[in-house]
Design a protein around this ligand. Structure first.
Ligand code: FAD
Length: 468
């Protein structure tokens, strides 16, 4: 049937057994993770309040042309902007693969809808708004309400202190705060907000040119005719460098994971070069690269990732962030000492996020109602220690603890098993592999050219279960 004649039918809620326990749960954040968490917790019969400091739901996908008062994002007193989106951003995953499993990210017709397979960011926001509306999540979201403290009172009791959002005000106790007690806290506050910067470059403190983090990049216009050095090799570095190159004089990309043969001019572009590392930067604006090149640059853009940060969380030391490891956490979700009363959704990276959020939150919801049993505290602690030891043994730095590039599907399927539900669809795994390969082969055009139409058809056949 034509897509616009399809009425989305949310699947019926899980049957509630009388022995299930209903909890009062505070969800922090109404981005994709918080919305999906709210749906799963309510399906399980819990009472949910979602705290959202922004003016609308959608988190990262709420684009704003505003950027922070400190473009580098290091001043703790800066005006904070949540979203890291740039105006031209299109998804880096095909929509079929990206969507919630039982709420396909299908094309929808209507004003301002973006039918492309790799749509622009506004379409993702509309999809999340549709999700929130179709599952009635809006009624439990408190917008413009920031959680300033989520603190452990006693086992299974959390004090959540919230107040109306105001980013210009520093944390203080004489505020119009509200304290409430909840049985459980589910942290869905996102982790693309606190910039990490490359601060170990010789000479960087004396550099007089501009510096900024990709978190504050929006449009290319301010870079007109300038010489830019851009540090980073991940998805946003690739996108932003191309975006800037449309107006800049020169763009020099520094990517330490680069193959030696790739160093030099970027094929297909007149004004882009690849370098492996910076040797030093100088007061007069010179940037010297390890490959021997030197350029006079005006701006250094750090596309160097983010730090996990939970300024509101008070756990008596049970959970901390150490070199970007949030821990100890059993399966990246539960601190063994506080499970299931505290949980984190969405920490893993290099993943397909929405289906993972779905599985993680089904597990959390089931554990809170006693439908699903977690291992004992000792077993969870042992498992977590063994995981950290295995990372150490393989020489994996702590900051890669939540990098799931090599095992996201095993992880998802393991959680699905815990929940007694089907694992990740085979077509989704194949489509992800295909998209990753296509991105490597056609870095400039992978969003508009592909050869996996068979998989798209298979996905659509699968979606017909949910669309009727
Ligand atoms: P967020 O979306 O960040 O939401 C967190 C929410 O918590 C925010 O609304 C915030 O206001 C709120 N919050 C935080 N602290 C508090 C507090 N103290 N009190 C109250 N509210 C609070 N994923 C894909 O699937 N496909 C893509 O193509 C893709 N591209 C991306 C491109 C960029 C540039 C970035 C940064 C990410 C991209 N992602 C992509 C990953 C993206 O992060 C996830 O899709 C998803 O949006 C993460 O959702 P989240 O709910 O975990 O976090």
């Amino acid at each position: 049937p034509p897509i616009n004649s399809i009425l989305r039918q949310p699947p019926p809620p899980l049957p509630l057994m009388s022995s299930l326990t209903t909890r009062h749960v505070a969800v922090i954040g109404a981005g994709a993770a918080g919305l999906i968490a709210a749906r799963e917790l309510r399906r399980e019969g819990h009472h949910v309040v979602v705290f959202e400091r922004g003016k609308q739901v959608g988190g990262t996908w709420v684009y704003t042309p505003e950027s922070e008062s400190d473009p580098l994002g290091v001043d703790p007193k800066r005006r904070v902007v949540h979203s890291s989106l740039y105006d031209s951003l299109r998804t880096n995953l095909p929509r079929e693969c990206m969507g919630v499993r039982d709420y396909p990210f299908e094309r929808r017709e209507g004003k301002d809808r973006d039918p492309r397979r790799f749509p622009g960011h506004r379409e993702v926001l509309m999809y999340l708004q549709d999700f929130a509306a179709d599952f009635g999540i809006g009624e439990v979201v408190r917008l413009q309400t920031e959680v300033v403290i989520a603190g452990l009172v006693e086992e299974g009791k959390w004090r959540v202190r919230s107040r109306p959002s105001n980013y210009n005000r520093m944390r203080s106790d004489d505020c119009d705060c509200v304290d409430e007690i909840y049985d459980a806290v589910v942290v869905c506050s996102g982790h693309y907000v606190q910039p990490r910067i490359a601060d170990n470059i010789p000479g960087i403190t004396a550099w007089r040119g501009k510096q900024m983090h990709s978190h504050n990049y929006r449009t290319p216009e301010p870079f007109q005719d300038q010489v830019i050095v851009l540090i980073g090799g991940a998805a946003s570095a690739v996108d932003i460098s191309r975006d800037i190159a449309t107006v800049a004089k020169e763009v020099h990309i520094v990517d330490r994971s680069l193959n030696k043969n790739a160093i030099g001019k970027l094929p297909g572009h007149d004004n882009m070069w690849l370098h492996s590392m910076i040797d030093s930067v100088h007061q007069d604006g010179r940037v010297v690269f390890k490959d021997g090149d030197t350029v006079g640059a005006e701006i250094i853009v750090h596309c160097t990732g983010y730090k996990y940060d939970f300024p509101f969380l008070e756990t008596n030391g049970e959970v901390s962030v150490d070199d970007n490891r949030v821990g100890p956490l059993y399966k990246h979700i539960f601190p063994p000492a506080l499970a299931p009363w505290l949980s984190f959704v969405g920490l893993p990276w290099k993943v397909v996020p929405f289906p993972m959020f779905e599985l993680q939150t089904k597990w959390i919801a089931g554990a809170l109602s006693n439908r699903l049993a977690l291992p004992s505290k000792e077993e969870m602690t042992q498992d977590t220690k063994a995981f950290y030891s295995s990372l150490e043994a393989s020489g994996t730095p702590k900051r890669y603890t939540h990098n799931m590039a090599n095992y996201q599907w095993d992880y998802d399927n393991w959680i699905a098993d815990q929940c007694g539900i089907p694992g990740i669809e085979e077509w989704r795994v194949e489509m992800y592999k295909f998209a990753s390969k296509n991105k490597r082969l056609r870095p400039e055009s992978y969003r508009d050219e592909w050869d996996d139409d068979e998989l798209v058809l298979e996905a659509q056949r699968d979606f017909s279960k949910y669309l009727n």
